[in-house]
Design a protein around this ligand. Structure first.
Ligand code: SF4
Ligand code: MG
Length: 267
């Protein structure tokens, strides 16, 4: 299916968002080819450069407000359980403005998917430090270097109760596409942290290309192992970066439990 919208793309050349867009379109197309009705796929974004992605994919979509993609998707899923809600958020949008919403969506295990554009900087507002900016990095809002340690979203989401937690890199579109498909098929809250460059304010292109590697020998059902793997890279300015599915388990979903409660005959 042609998912082009004809909207003019205004991202900077080389921005990691292009890889996420390409991978998401391929994944959505394959999900449709496998039998999902196109009208049941709905995407939403927050505020930031990433948010324009909803203009570039020809499926039902919704521009939400800053940090509020998880509650937007939760509402969609509860209103119409047939829908497959897929959300996009940035590191500033999702891990900063909307962190509590993300944590509660993970805690509830709502059956939605979040794809995080994590370039570790605020791009749209021209280069302020974000919750995942490496300690010591000089940005417009930290001219002498950030004194804060970054969040590790993988560890944070596992601790919050997410039942599918993965990391991908914009430098590997095929792996990202496959992981998006798995995340969407997962019954429960799934999140993919996609590390990527911001060409204008934090160009990590070469660093990602050289340091990303796929986890081969990892059991994603083992929470202790997942947390250990998560700590292999703490969003610092150096070190190798494992990608793949860190954690994946089955648990009843919030939408199932709430909708059953509304219709006792379905219990
Ligand atoms: Fe991408 Fe950064 Fe340009 Fe925004 S400012 S479009 S995040 S490269
Ligand atoms: Mg960002």
């Amino acid at each position: 299916m042609n998912l082009e919208t004809g909207a003019k793309n205004t991202w900077c050349p080389g921005c990691g968002h292009f890889s996420i867009l390409a991978a998401a379109k391929q994944a959505i197309n394959e999900i449709i080819e496998e039998g999902t009705k196109p009208e049941n796929i709905v995407i939403a974004s927050g505020i930031g450069c990433h948010a324009k992605i909803v203009d570039y994919v020809n499926v039902n979509s919704f521009y939400s407000i800053h940090g509020r993609v998880p509650p937007t998707l939760t509402g969609m899923k509860l209103a119409n359980p047939e829908l497959i809600p897929i959300g996009f958020a940035g590191d500033g949008d999702g891990y900063g403005e909307g962190l509590a919403h993300l944590i509660f969506a993970a805690k509830r295990n709502v059956n939605i998917t979040m794809i995080m554009h994590n370039n570790r900087i605020y791009g749209l507002t021209t280069g302020q430090f974000s919750p995942t900016t490496p300690k010591g990095m000089k940005t417009k809002s930290t001219p002498e270097g950030s004194s804060e340690y970054p969040f590790n979203p993988i560890r944070l989401m596992i601790a919050a109760g997410a039942t599918f937690v993965a990391r991908c890199s914009s430098s590997d579109i095929k792996h990202l596409k496959e992981t998006i498909k798995e995340a969407v098929k997962h019954k429960g809250f799934s999140i993919i942290d996609v590390v990527e460059p911001c060409m204008s304010f934090f160009n990590s292109t070469e660093y990602l290309k050289e340091n990303v590697y796929k986890m081969e020998d990892h059991d994603p059902t083992n929470k202790i192992e997942a947390l250990k793997r998560a700590d292999e890279w703490n969003y610092t300015a150096e070190g190798r970066i494992p990608i793949g599915i860190f954690y994946k388990v089955e648990k009843p979903t919030y939408d199932e439990l709430v909708l059953r409660g509304r219709n006792p005959r379905k219990n």
